[in-house]
Design a protein around this ligand. Structure first.
Ligand code: SIN
Length: 550
């Protein structure tokens, strides 16, 4: 099957993109690696930021300023202004697609506080906002005729010179490598916090696959060192305790019953404060008892239920142990003008993209907004591009290489345990590339990753069954994970300062000299170059030069 537009990723950004790219006559598909209902967007429970009145310029300006301040010198003003100004319209659009935000007795959408915000501007559906939004969007996309191709693992982009001509995918059902030709492709496949396996709110398959695909296609990754640690994960399971809990007035207390931080500070500040308590041998809890059972059940029903089911804790009477966990990654595929890339016909949006909206640190509640606003924009651009262009040829020599890779993984035997490698990689990343970093720790992590990168080509499936072989996907993911982890570590080593979510114990100050993004490029297979991004003018000249030589 061929498509006018292929969207990779089924979270809020991908769904908005597909809806916008669909016309009454064209063919649009959403491709997902796994379960459509388990995207990070659907787990983002606390809410979506927006000023509701589009003419309230003062409040919109405050939203812009909060977002810009949180980005710690690396925010892109144009992208931030675009997002915050579009927000009131986007909320209306989501309502028109069937999202039922919580309202007061007068039928007005209610809003809660989120950390780092100077006003209450987070709209919500109880504490399952992301799930409510994605379900409404899936329904709407289906009603428009968007096709859903689930259980497809994207191996590479199909390119014709510097133009996209489709995607090369592993069909998980039968392990066959297939091509989906497309005039335009949108990458919206989420971030890489899942590489912190065992210490992340993300599903384990959030392995930064599309970032690795982009790197292999010659694109650059930006801001990779900035990993957001959410202050509150369940201490045992890592599942998210939504910021809504603090937004509704919950406290953070240690085992002496003392509050030790302003709960509505930015996530990096709260996470570091908790980490310090834990370093000093204390336990940390979320305390909702003073809110009363009625409010907890009304505003935080999922959390109330999950605390009971997962930890046997009644939040109206007991404290819930928590710890900070990797939650969101600000780094991504370098985007210009919001969603464009250096490959013609290829657009990026959502967590896998770096468009400068979050810079060094994202505000809670801005991820669903960014996904919706830039997903919509990517869909509009992809539709216009696909209308103006024809299909470009598929380079089948690249497809054959991917078929050979899959065959090689099946053909030989191994005694190596790649699952154990993924787990130890998660441990190593959290310990050495976590909330607090040092040169020594980062170098240790780099050595470990170099070792793992040399091991990956020697990994093979133990089970040779080609139907739904989970080992095959795990090995391909590990290949991507090691590349992405290396990009994170090298960027973190290069940034010899503390900024936003990146905290270097050996360089605690923010250094104005480093007020620029770091980008990562693959020079040749497996060799990464990491450098501070050139000035905007130089970047433009490079793009013009590239366009002329292609
Ligand atoms: C949360 O509910 O705490 C997650 C939402 C977000 O990360 O924006």
């Amino acid at each position: 099957m061929i498509y006018d537009v292929v969207v990779v990723g089924g979270g809020i950004a991908g769904l908005m993109a597909a809806i916008e790219a669909k016309s009454s006559t064209n063919r649009v598909a959403i491709i997902t690696k796994g379960n459509l209902f388990k995207s990070n967007s659907s787990l983002a429970s606390g809410g979506i930021n927006s000023v509701l009145d589009p003419y309230d310029y003062v409040e919109i300006r405050k939203h812009i300023n909060d977002t810009f301040t949180s980005a710690a010198g690396l925010g892109d003003k144009k992208s931030i202004e675009h997002m915050c100004k579009q927000a009131p319209r986007i909320i209306k659009k989501l309502v028109s697609f069937g999202v039922e935000f919580d309202k007061d007795d007068n039928g007005v959408i209610v809003q809660r506080s989120f950390g780092g915000g100077s006003a209450k501007r987070t709209c919500y559906v109880g504490d399952k906002t992301g799930a409510a939004i994605t379900q409404a969007l899936i329904k709407h996309a289906k009603s428009l005729g968007v096709q859903f191709l689930v259980n497809n693992f994207i191996m590479n982009l199909a390119l014709h010179h510097s133009k996209v001509s489709g995607v090369i995918s592993l069909r998980r059902f039968d392990s066959s490598v297939v091509v989906y030709p497309a005039k335009a492709v949108i990458l919206a496949g989420g971030g890489y916090a899942g590489i912190y396996r065992g210490f992340s709110t993300n599903a384990v398959d959030y392995t930064g696959d599309l970032l690795a695909v982009a790197l292999r296609a010659g694109l650059r990754l930006q801001d990779m060192e900035f990993v957001q640690f959410h202050p509150t994960g369940f201490a045992k399971s890592n599942n998210l305790v939504s910021e809504a809990a603090r937004g509704e007035g919950g406290y953070l207390v240690n085992d002496e019953g003392k509050r030790f931080v302003d709960e509505l500070e930015r996530r990096d500040i709260v996470s570091r404060a908790i980490a310090e308590q834990i370093e000093n041998g204390k336990k940390v809890f979320i305390d909702l008892r003073h809110l009363g059972k009625e409010l907890i059940e009304k505003k935080l029903p999922s959390l109330y239920k999950n605390a009971f089911l997962q930890a046997g804790i009644d939040l109206s009477e007991e404290l819930l142990p928590i710890k900070p966990v990797a939650h969101y990654t600000m780094g991504g595929i370098e985007a210009s003008n919001g969603v464009n890339t250096d490959i013609k016909g290829l657009f990026v949006c959502g967590e896998c993209a770096a468009n400068g909206v979050h810079g060094a640190n994202r505000l809670g509640g801005n991820s669903l907004l960014e996904g919706a606003v830039f997903g919509e924009l990517a869909g509009i651009r992809a539709l216009a591009y696909s209308r103006a262009k024809d299909f470009y040829p598929i380079d089948y020599s690249k497809v054959i290489k991917d078929i050979e890779l899959v065959d090689k993984i099946f053909d030989k035997d191994t005694s190596k345990n790649f699952n154990a490698m993924r787990i130890s990689l998660g441990n190593m990343m959290f310990s050495n590339v976590g909330i607090k970093r040092t040169q020594e720790g980062l170098e240790k992590a780099y050595d470990y990753i170099s070792y793992l990168r040399s091991e990956v080509p020697t990994l093979h499936c133990i089970g040779k069954e080609r139907t739904n072989n989970v080992e095959l996907v795990s090995i391909l993911e590990l290949r991507n994970v090691t590349e992405i982890a290396e990009a994170v570590i090298l960027s973190a080593l290069k940034r010899e300062e503390s900024r936003g979510a990146h905290f270097r114990v050996d360089h605690e100050e923010t250094n104005p000299k480093y007020a620029e993004s770091i980008v990562v490029q693959e020079l040749k297979k497996g060799i990464l170059r990491v450098f501070f991004k050139e000035h905007k003018l130089l970047y433009k000249i490079r793009k013009i030069f590239n366009a002329k030589t292609n």
